[in-house]
Design a protein around this ligand. Structure first.
Ligand SMILES: Cc1cc2nc3c(=O)[nH]c(=O)nc-3n(C[C@H](O)[C@H](O)[C@H](O)COP(=O)(O)O)c2cc1C
Length: 317
């Protein structure tokens, strides 16, 4: 709302933007002004891309978008676990459908790199999932810069089974086929859960390499309640959902480290999960991430968090 007032955009830029050659990153064929992005799920329907771009993000990931609109799970479905600096959500891919978002994005000229995070509708069985992902991919192709295939949300029943070797390989091969039929293919990344076994991670690494995927977004929210120290009982009472924020910090960083070792230097890693301080962002980059994303840390720290991370990254070089 504030940004609708003339002149306020300028003030926001002064307040929140940090420009420095030290922050620029050449990744995925683009030059990112800085490596700090907004994670998927905050602006699922691309309602606020222009406004959010004024807060200093280097990139914004919209979605998860599904072919058809769907309401998501009944409310309440999003909770703060303040004692653990965490959130618990079971939103369930509430979104207005991919076409609606496309129409909105067509009208914008945002000065920021946009990722399109795609998923399947709840009613679509896993056997037909590829069809849903392909619809969302085709619809968004001309209005986003890169894609993220989300098979890792805990809030769509059975979705994470698509992370298994055979269905995952099939899905990604079909998407890459559609992508390679384009004049200028776009980078496709895979978003993974933090709750995978070592074998599953090995399978994913193999598939990323064999399908020549651009990279991996690690990680989504966790179904584990193990790291909750002060709010474990409360979380158990609240029921199903994915936990994000501080309880995820170390584990997500460890997964990034493992992925970097196993993937080699080329595939891009976007590190996300529990970045609650500028140091956490630095740790993810040092673990091997090329870029990072924030969600829960943005909620708890407010809009100046992006600037604080970027200033810290300039300081530590
Ligand atoms: C309320 C909420 C909704 C989310 N929705 C999505 C989504 O639609 N698609 C997706 O890939 N990730 C979604 N996420 C996961 C985030 O993008 C991110 O991977 C996760 O929260 C870990 O990062 P964080 O600890 O910085 O929050 C959501 C997270 C939250 C808290």
């Amino acid at each position: 709302m504030a940004l609708a007032i003339p002149g306020v955009t300028f003030v926001f830029k002064l307040l929140f933007k940090v420009d420095s050659p030290k922050l620029k990153r050449k990744v995925l064929g683009f030059t990112f002004d800085n490596p700090v992005g907004l994670a998927a799920g905050f602006d699922k329907d691309a309602n606020y891309v222009q406004e959010l771009s004024h807060l200093g993000f280097g990139f914004i990931e919209i979605g998860t978008l599904t072919p058809k609109p769907q309401p998501g799970n009944p409310k309440p479905r999003l909770f703060r676990l303040k004692g653990d600096q965490a959130l618990l959500n079971r939103m369930g891919f509430n979104n207005g459908g991919v076409q609606d978002a496309v129409e909105r994005l067509k009208k914008l000229n945002p000065n920021v790199i946009i990722g399109g995070n795609i998923g399947k509708n709840k009613v679509t069985p896993n056997e037909d999932a590829a069809h849903d992902y392909l619809i969302a991919f085709e619809a968004l192709f001309n209005v986003v810069d890169y894609f993220v295939v989300n098979v890792s949300s805990p809030n769509t029943p059975n979705l994470r089974a698509l992370q298994d070797k055979e269905p995952l390989k099939k899905l990604l091969e079909q998407l890459q086929l559609a992508n390679n039929n384009k004049k200028k293919p776009k980078p496709i990344l895979l978003k993974i859960a933090p709750d995978l076994t070592t074998e599953q991670i090995d399978d994913i690494v193999e598939i990323v390499k064999s399908t020549k995927l651009a990279g991996v977004v690690a990680t989504n929210t966790t179904i584990s309640r193990g790291e909750l120290e002060q709010t474990k009982e409360q979380a158990l009472d609240l029921g199903n959902g994915g936990v994000s924020g501080a309880p995820l910090t170390q584990h997500a960083t460890q997964i990034i480290k493992t992925l970097r070792t196993k993937l080699g230097s080329e595939p891009v890693i976007i590190g996300v999960g529990g970045i609650m301080s500028p140091q956490d962002a630095q740790n993810k980059l040092e673990a091997g991430a090329d870029l990072v994303q924030i969600f829960t840390g943005f909620i708890y720290n407010g809009p100046s968090f992006i600037k604080n991370i970027n200033k810290h990254l300039i300081k530590v070089g």
